[in-house]
Design a protein around this ligand. Structure first.
Ligand SMILES: [Zn+2]
Length: 88
C-alpha cells in the first residue's frame, strides 16, 4: 500500500484505529456469515466444465445471505437438507 493510499484512508476515517473502523463498519452485524465466511461474495459456476475438454468457468456473486456484507446481526447456522436418493 502506498503512502498516498494511507493518506486517503486517513482523510476518510481520521486518526482511528483499525479496530474502531471495523467496529463502526460492522455495527450490529457481529456474526460472520456462515455461507461466505465473511467475504461477502460466493464463487458460482457460470459455465460447467467438460471432463477432458474444458475447465469450468467461475465468477463471484454477492452473498444472498448477508447481502454482500460478510457479517450478520443474528447468529445463523446452515440448514441441512436431506432427501431420499434411493432405496436399498
Ligand atoms: Zn454472506
Amino acid at each position: 500500500m502506498k503512502i498516498r493510499d494511507l493518506e486517503k484512508l486517513m482523510d476518510q476515517y481520521g486518526d482511528s484505529t483499525l479496530g474502531d473502523i471495523i467496529a463502526s463498519k460492522k455495527g450490529n452485524r457481529i456474526h460472520e456469515c456462515p455461507k461466505c465466511k465473511g467475504e461477502g461474495e460466493n464463487r458460482v459456476c457460470v459455465v460447467p466444465g467438460e471432463y477432458g475438454y474444458r475447465d469450468p468457468i467461475y465468477s463471484t456473486k454477492d452473498c444472498d445471505v448477508c447481502n454482500g456484507v460478510g457479517y450478520t446481526e443474528r447468529l445463523l447456522k446452515p440448514k441441512i437438507k436431506t432427501e431420499i436418493i434411493g432405496y436399498e
